[in-house]
Design a protein around this ligand. Sequence first.
Ligand code: SF4
Ligand code: SF4
Length: 195
Amino acid sequence: MAMSKEDNRIKGPLKWFNLRWWARSLHLYPFWVTFKYFLRVPQAELYHPLHDEHSAYPDIAPRYRGLLGMDMDSCIGCRKCERVCPNKTIIMEEREINGKKFRFPAYFAGRCLKCGLCEEVCPAFSIRHTDQFEDAGYWREELYYSPERMHQMFRVHIQPKIDAGLAHRAIPDKRRHPEEHKKYLELEEKAKAKA
Ligand code: SF4
Ligand code: SF4
């Protein structure tokens, strides 16, 4: 660490009695700062993808748009998500299942704007934003989500919520808070009873 002007002013034998001069001369100051922060209570909380198998992160807003998940069982391969994507993030990939060829979307998370257009246009409610925000990686390839990887995201982060009644299969319901969603279901029941 460079000596400051103030330190340079301390000259002669007087400097031997100055703790600050010693600390700076022996480069102890950075160690002191490190030690001070080492003793402090951590300022950040770490979440790991395996933190909770249903990814029930406590403070995520219900309408948060994170990484995309896609249900390969219900996707009809219509390519609407691919065509609507403003950043050309989604590409269709072909897979052979039981001797038949199907198309499924894959996407590159590094180019995704999180605009939500793909999930809005999907007629089968197959592509959905999860609440997963950890979309960083050491390599570009890590940001590529194949249909299988997207399907896994759907299975782990969307399906359990649908099963638990915290999200509806249809998009507009997913955008509601669980309490709002309950009211919506009641209204829907009343409307059905009247019809
Ligand atoms: S959220 Fe928007 S940018 Fe991202 S894949 Fe869907 S349509 Fe494309
Ligand atoms: S995810 Fe939805 S919009 Fe995209 S191809 Fe499948 S069914 Fe069509």
